[in-house]
Design a binder for this molecule. Structure first.
Ligand code: ZN
Length: 136
């Protein structure tokens, strides 16, 4: 029997090359050695507070589509130079996110934090690995 060549659909290897966007604060190039992904706890608390108020304003179990459109966004992770740090409370060094296995490790680690749900980790990772979602 002849062996099949190439990959079977669904076994496609995830494109794991990390992108290094420009710094969200100074807009200059960021290198792996001086970059960090950071989040500000004050922003997380604000999101938590706004969401709580939103939920109090929407006590009904049945919601309209227009209600979902007003649901408050999560706090954004910032991609930045470590030296550009102004108000971040939690940082992950870029080199500790330079392959997808490390990202998975951090995802599991952060899922144990009670504030993680108020942050947009998915958006942060899609900036660093833009090809990943289409490859899953
Ligand atoms: Zn910067």
């Amino acid at each position: 029997m002849k062996k099949a060549k190439g990959r079977i659909s669904g076994e496609k290897k995830i494109r794991g090359k990390m992108q290094l966007p420009k710094c969200d604060l100074c807009r200059q190039m960021v290198q792996l050695k001086d970059g960090v992904l950071s989040i500000c706890f004050n922003e997380i608390l604000e999101v938590e507070h706004i969401r709580k108020r939103w939920e109090e304003d929407h006590p009904d179990l049945i919601l309209h589509v227009r209600d979902f459109l007003t649901y408050p966004d999560q706090a954004d992770w910032k991609w930045q130079h470590s030296k550009c740090d102004v108000d971040s409370s939690y940082q992950i060094e870029a080199a500790r996110l330079d392959n997808i296995e490390k990202v998975l490790h951090w995802t599991f680690h952060l899922m144990g934090k009670n504030w993680f749900q108020f942050t947009d980790w998915r958006k942060a990772i899609l900036r660093l690995y833009p090809g990943i979602y289409g490859d899953l």
